[in-house]
Design a protein around this ligand. Structure first.
Ligand code: AGP
Length: 608
């Protein structure tokens, strides 16, 4: 996902912009650039590749533009391959912009502008916006912005500078996130607070239909009729070192170790007198008991959190739950109606497919509940009901702590639904809630010794492909374990229902092929052992994730990762996912990969 920053104030801004871009690298990008009001001109320097090798090298060779007002961008290519010419900022020197999002009608606009004599240099949709602003500009930036936005369809966050206004930055957004940072004698725009936390914790959330105009002293907001708007100032509740590695080698390892803490910060405020209490989120037992059917719609790891939620809600609340991949839900003409609840799970709150799925669910008459980590994000703001997870900034592309708190919230929700529907009594609801509250200590203990996970990782690094298998909740977990491994180690893996192997996939088993068997569910354990024997006898190298008290013979498993025996089946996913995260992490490290920023991936996929 692209990153946007802007600075206007008293300081030279080139280094400020570049350092701010570096704080956004985790969003994934393939080129970067800056544009500065410099000596009466807009000077743009941009380059394909990583900031250090591309942009910074160019700035060293060409010299940094002198100036105190500028915008900057990291690009994750959507239209047009990664290249110098396609990188941002983009403009003709009179008007220069940075853009995050997708202009859906850029072809029509481009044809119109070409018919007016414009010549395009890049393959980007963004260039149409820059030239459209130029087409409408007659000396008043806001008039040009309003006219251009009236023609544009799609998602955008725009930072805009005009040569005629050397001390000002203008900003607008629709769907793609953008904030306006308030400093002391300096002001900022940014895609998220991580970029500018070292300068300020105060910020405004820019909303759709608002234009921000900022210089070093003032920030003025207006609507699309140029009527001034007063906005509420927010204060970031985490500081820079929360977004730094805190002594760990990678953000991912830090975030794995933060899990006990963020479970507490997420669920403890939602437990009152030993019972789940989501009333602060506008969710009451009366509301929850009226739903005929529940859908959980999400992408990737968030969808896997939904799978755990499905098993738990259906098991104790006896309400049918469908889990959908958001990009499938949107186009399968889902049978959703009034009286249904659609839960959207999203760490970033900006995933395009999940946002679109939520809008479809609302159009179909369902009530929507969002479980989101990033405050003020699009999904958070548009849902009917909202539960924020409090995982803090999750910087590693591979989600761990956000997943953990997503399932923790799903547990709380399941307990409250089951109690509201009379499927469990108060005593049982208290007991389950208490078990959930104990999970941080369980995870803390597992994290005390990661040696076994490191050893298991050493057994995987030369594999071409491997299987994760499990039954019930273990199967849901094996899906998350497989995705974690794939996305950061680049080793192919597949999650498979253990009982389904014999219907085809078992033909893949060859000598020494690793199979990670998740076998924590005591009621399914014997069945899973039978499935493990099927692969073991065919030469697989079996690694079990199971309870500590079970010691497999060598004809069953070559190695095991032991989990506490006394964790109840229902709650075990909170503990069992930790070894799966650690195994993926150490495998990636041993393979020398960029653990926090794996190839081809972005932290938040704001395009379809
Ligand atoms: C997680 O490890 C992945 N990076 C990815 O699958 C992610 O979970 C997915 O893109 C959904 O993102 P969201 O939670 O921000 O909506």
């Amino acid at each position: 996902m692209c990153g946007i920053v802007g600075y206007v104030g008293k300081q030279q801004c080139a280094d400020i912009l570049v350092n701010a871009l570096k704080k956004l690298e985790y969003r994934g990008y393939d080129s970067a650039g800056i544009a500065v009001h410099s000596e009466g001109k807009i000077k743009t320097v941009k380059a394909k590749g990583k900031i250090a090798e591309g942009l910074e090298a160019k700035l060293t060779n060409e010299g940094k533009p002198v100036g105190t007002c500028g915008i900057a961008h990291t690009r994750w290519a959507t239209h047009g391959e990664p290249s110098d010419i396609n990188s941002h900022p983009i403009g003709n020197g009179k008007i220069t912009i940075v853009h995050n999002g997708i202009i859906e009608n850029y072809r029509e606009i481009k044809e119109f502008l070409i018919s007016k004599g414009y010549v395009f240099e890049s393959e980007t949709d963004t260039e149409t916006v820059a030239k459209l602003l130029d087409y409408y500009y007659e000396g008043n930036p806001k008039d040009a912005i309003i006219s251009a936005l009236n023609d544009i369809e799609g998602a955008y966050a725009l930072g805009i500078i005009f040569k005629d206004f050397p001390e000002k930055i203008f900003a607008v957004r629709k769907e793609s996130p953008l904030i306006v940072g308030k400093g002391n004698g300096e002001n900022f725009i940014a895609s998220d607070m991580t970029a500018i936390l070292e300068h300020t914790k105060e910020y405004y959330l820019l909303e759709y239909g608002e234009i921000a105009e900022l210089d070093g002293e003032n920030i003025v907001f207006c609507d699309m009729h140029k009527t001034e708007i007063t906005k509420e100032l927010s204060v970031a509740d985490w500081d820079l070192d929360a977004a730094e590695k805190g002594g760990y080698e990678h953000f991912m390892l830090k975030e794995i170790h933060e899990q006990p803490e963020v479970i507490k910060t997420t669920i403890n405020p939602r437990i009152k007198d030993g019972m789940p209490d989501l009333s602060e989120c506008g969710i009451t037992p009366e509301k929850l008991k009226k739903y005929n059917k529940i859908f959980v719609v999400a992408c990737g790891t968030a969808m896997h959190a939904g799978l755990v939620g499905k098993y738990v809600i259906e098991k104790i609340a006896r309400v049918p739950v469908d889990v959908d991949i958001a990009s499938e839900f949107r186009y399968r003409d889902p049978i959703v109606s009034e009286g249904d609840l659609v839960i959207i799970i999203s760490q970033s709150g900006e995933t395009a497919d999940s946002l679109a799925a939520m809008r479809l669910a609302k159009k179909l008459g369902a009530e929507t509940l969002a479980i989101v980590n990033v405050k003020g994000s699009s999904i958070a703001r548009e849902a009917d009901m909202l539960i924020y997870t409090h995982a803090g900034p999750e910087i590693a592309v591979a989600s761990t702590k956000a997943y953990m708190v997503q399932i923790a919230v799903m547990y709380l929700l399941a307990f409250e639904i089951a109690f509201a529907m009379g499927k469990i009594d108060e005593a049982e609801c208290r007991r389950l809630t208490s078990l959930l509250r104990e999970t941080p200590d369980v995870i803390e203990k597992i994290l005390e010794d990661t040696e076994d996970a490191q050893y298991i990782a050493s057994q995987l690094i030369t594999a071409d492909s491997l299987l994760y298998i499990g039954r019930g909740l273990d199967y849901a977990l094996s899906m998350e374990g497989s995705l974690k491994l794939k996305e950061i180690s680049y080793i192919h893996s597949e999650s498979y229902a253990a009982g389904e192997l014999k219907h085809g996939t078992i033909s893949l088993i060859t000598d020494n092929m690793p199979v990670i068997a998740v076998a924590t569910q005591t009621d399914l354990f014997d069945k899973t052992i039978s499935n493990i024997k099927e692969v073991k006898t065919r030469g697989a190298k079996v690694i079990m994730v199971c309870r500590e008290g079970y010691n497999p013979d060598k004809d069953i498993a070559d190695f095991k990762f032991g989990l506490p025996d006394d964790v109840e089946n229902l709650i075990m996913p909170m503990a069992a996912v930790v070894p799966l995260q650690l195994i993926a992490y150490y495998t990636s490290v041993l393979r020398g990969n960029d653990v926090d920023k794996p190839r081809n991936l972005a932290k938040s996929v704001t395009v379809e």
